[in-house]
Design a protein around this ligand. Structure first.
Ligand code: GLN
Length: 509
């Protein structure tokens, strides 16, 4: 982060910081904590200890973490303090973060919330983890998710259900539900998630935090366990939009180890500020406002957010994304097809769980995979294998890929007349645990607003914009042109500060 940004952020937080000593350390944002660390008013060891105390106090109720690394974290915190003492720290130095459990962490169990990888300890770090460590971040532990990131509720974890900190009877969203819940409940200052069809944005929306899916190719996926390779992307979830920008600054950029990562220059996202939205044109897709099943309270919160964006100076116009209706069908052919191919590697031979009782090879494969994968993952593999089978490829995967191009073209047409498109993130606020367990189609349909950004490869951010009558958070999605995350940060940050709803916290006492 540049000096000017720090100067500005000091000013911005000057008033808040006077009160930060009264605040509990775990409640700090990354931006606030970083300022206090740089000024040596707190140490990373103190901050990390506070975060672990918070986890001990509340994670029994929430269930966000699958693995904790207290010892490693305390060592990293002490190293960060040494670095800060030498005046050599950046905005993430000494900051405790959580990692969704499908990014490889060297020496630390990485399960993808699947029994098939229950005891898998990676011999290397994912590039994003390497970059966070190089920035001096402290890795607290690994966060729960839907198994192999397949799902929208985090109930499809092979190990535990994560609960929404705002109401423990509700889902936190998914598949990065552990990441969103941990950030919302102050169990880490920020987290990484992954998004194949909405898995960062939707849980961020349900848990009242910010989360961005960057452009496909913006962040290296080396060391990310693959779900659907043409859609997967890693991104941050944070208590504020700025915190997401700080994390994205650290992880974005070309990586020779991932051939899909793009050598595109990365602007300093945390520096993007600006006053007002005078130059900005926002597109409102008519297909989204009239979408079937849109909860009126979500519709009202989104409408209010659009009015606020307008009051900040932006021009709002109607745009059309005519192929929206086909996004769910196209995604639920493409994603399971790619998953069925990616998951073929879990065969009990190379690594992971094996049914050792079997002596026949084919029987061993069958039994290992039947026991190792949960029902949602098996459903996807069966769907995907069918769609890819001889004679069906053209009718399913091929056709879905053509629809995907139409969806991408819709956005290109829309972006000819606007800088960003806004929409709801999810059609309803977080619903009750168990509500869609027996109805996978209902769960799939709830992804209607988020899937298109993955199919088109464009960036999308979710920013808190309101609450339902019963106190559940609602997010606004802002999507932009390829590699124009900067526009999303600018709009989201200004909306966030105009609405000032970040001050509201879930009560877990
Ligand atoms: N809910 C979607 C699915 O189940 C998206 C998941 C994701 O983005 N990882 O496939």
């Amino acid at each position: 982060m540049s000096g000017t940004h720090f100067a500005r952020s000091r000013l911005r937080w000057a008033a808040a910081l006077q009160g930060t000593h009264a605040m509990k350390l775990h409640e700090l944002t990354i931006e606030q904590a970083s300022d206090l660390l740089q000024k040596k008013e707190i140490s990373s060891v103190e901050l990390t200890r506070a975060v672990f105390e918070r986890i001990e106090a509340v994670d029994g109720k929430v269930g966000a973490f699958l693995t904790l690394d207290r010892e490693g974290a305390m060592e990293q915190a002490a190293a960060a303090d040494r670095r800060l003492a030498g005046g050599d720290g950046g905005p993430l130095t000494g900051i405790p973060l959580g990692i969704k459990d499908l990014m490889c962490t060297k020496g630390l169990r990485t399960t993808c919330a699947s029994k098939i990888l229950e005891n898998f300890i990676p011999p290397y770090d994912a590039t994003v983890v390497t970059r966070l460590k190089a920035a001096g971040a402290v890795i607290v532990g690994k966060l729960n998710m839907d198994e192999f990131a397949m799902g929208s509720t985090t109930e499809h974890s092979g190990f535990q259900v994560t609960r929404n900190p705002w109401n423990l009877d509700r889902i936190p969203g998914g598949s990065s539900g552990g990441s969103a819940a941990a950030v919302a409940a102050d169990m880490c200052l920020g987290a990484l998630g992954s998004d194949t069809g909405g898995s960062i944005r939707q849980p961020a929306s349900h848990c009242g935090v910010a989360g961005i899916k960057p452009t496909y190719g913006r962040v290296s996926r080396f060391g990310l366990v693959a779900f659907a390779s043409s859609l997967d992307q890693i991104g941050p979830l944070g208590k504020t939009v700025t915190d997401c920008a700080i994390m994205l600054d650290a992880i974005a950029g070309h990586d020779p180890k991932d051939s899909t990562s793009v050598p595109e220059p990365v602007p300093a996202f945390a520096d993007i500020d600006g006053d007002g939205l005078g130059e900005v044109t926002i597109g409102i897709p008519k297909e989204y406002t009239s979408a079937q099943g849109l909860d009126p309270q979500v519709g009202a919160a989104v409408e209010q957010a659009v009015k606020t964006i307008e009051s900040l100076g932006a021009r709002c116009i109607e745009v059309s994304l005519p192929h929206t209706d086909h996004a769910v069908a196209a995604y639920y052919v493409i994603a399971p097809s790619e998953a069925s191919s990616n998951l073929a590697r879990y065969d009990g031979v190379k690594y992971g769980f094996r049914d050792k009782a079997q002596t026949d090879l084919l029987q061993m494969y069958r039994s290992t995979r039947s026991q190792g994968f949960g029902p949602e993952v098996q459903r996807r593999i069966i769907l995907g294998t069918y769609a890819l089978s001889a004679g069906y490829y053209d009718a399913y995967y091929g056709k879905a890929s053509q629809v995907r191009t139409l969806i991408k073209n819709d956005f290109e047409t829309a972006f000819a007349s606007c800088d960003a498109v806004v929409s709801p993130v999810a059609p309803t606020p977080a619903y009750g645990i168990g509500e869609t367990l027996d109805d996978p189609l209902a769960m799939y349909l709830s992804d209607v607003f988020t899937l298109s950004a993955n199919l088109a490869g464009i960036p999308g951010i979710s920013v808190p914009c309101g609450f339902s009558d019963d106190g559940m958070p609602i997010g606004l999605q802002i999507m932009g042109r390829h590699f124009n995350e900067a526009a999303l940060f600018k709009i989201a940050r200004q909306l966030e500060s105009a609405l000032s709803i970040n001050t509201r916290k879930p009560n877990l006492e």
